[in-house]
Ligand binder design. Structure first.
Ligand code: HEC
Length: 153
């Protein structure tokens, strides 16, 4: 009984301190500096292998639906709505790539068909259960940025 209470108190303490440790930038707080987002959304560099998974996952990034990616030759149905991804790291800096993934509208203009993956500005008629949610988490954005940084040619 006593031990149970102690445990409860301990888990409350953990729940309260975790968000502070994570130090994630909320979607509304992402700072755009011209066409760049300079600071990592998580405060740390992403993981390129995880980013590749997010890139091809149809219910996460679904980037292949619109972008051909020569680095993923075994994945079928690569769309050509947007530019091919090979050499993208040579065309944009990591800070610019972060801005494109977070909110493509800020870089390409309102008319772009590319979704803002870490933006709450997703237009009207959004499914009710998705209101206030971003497509990707801060960690997933950083992982995708790290992955794109490997596509040098
Ligand atoms: C619905 C289609 C669509 C999806 C999905 C999409 N994009 Fe795009 N993307 C575009 C279009 C179109 C452009 C070109 C910019 C423009 O003219 O709007 C673009 C441009 C880009 C660029 C700049 C490329 C260059 O060479 O200039 C990058 C990088 C990029 N997208 C990454 C991604 C990533 C990463 C994902 C997945 C997380 C993604 N895109 C998902 C349509 C899409």
């Amino acid at each position: 009984m006593f031990g149970g209470r102690k445990l409860l108190a301990a888990s409350i303490a953990v729940a309260v301190t975790l968000p502070v440790l994570a130090a994630e930038t909320a979607p509304a707080d992402v700072a755009f500096d011209d066409l760049s987002v300079t600071a990592s959304l998580t405060g740390a560099p992403g993981n390129p292998e995880e980013g590749a998974k997010v890139f091809k996952n149809r219910s996460l990034g679904n980037c292949l639906a619109c972008h051909v990616n020569a680095d993923m030759p075994n994945d079928l149905f690569q769309g050509n709505v947007g530019p091919e991804m090979n050499g993208v790291a040579g065309r944009w800096s990591p800070e610019e790539l972060r801005a494109i993934i977070v909110d493509s509208k800020k870089v390409f203009g309102e008319q772009t068909v590319m979704p803002g993956f870490y933006s709450l500005d997703v237009g009207v008629n959004v499914r009710k259960d998705l209101v206030g949610k971003t497509i990707l988490t801060a960690q997933q954005v950083e992982d995708v940025v790290a992955y794109l940084g490997t596509l040098k040619e």
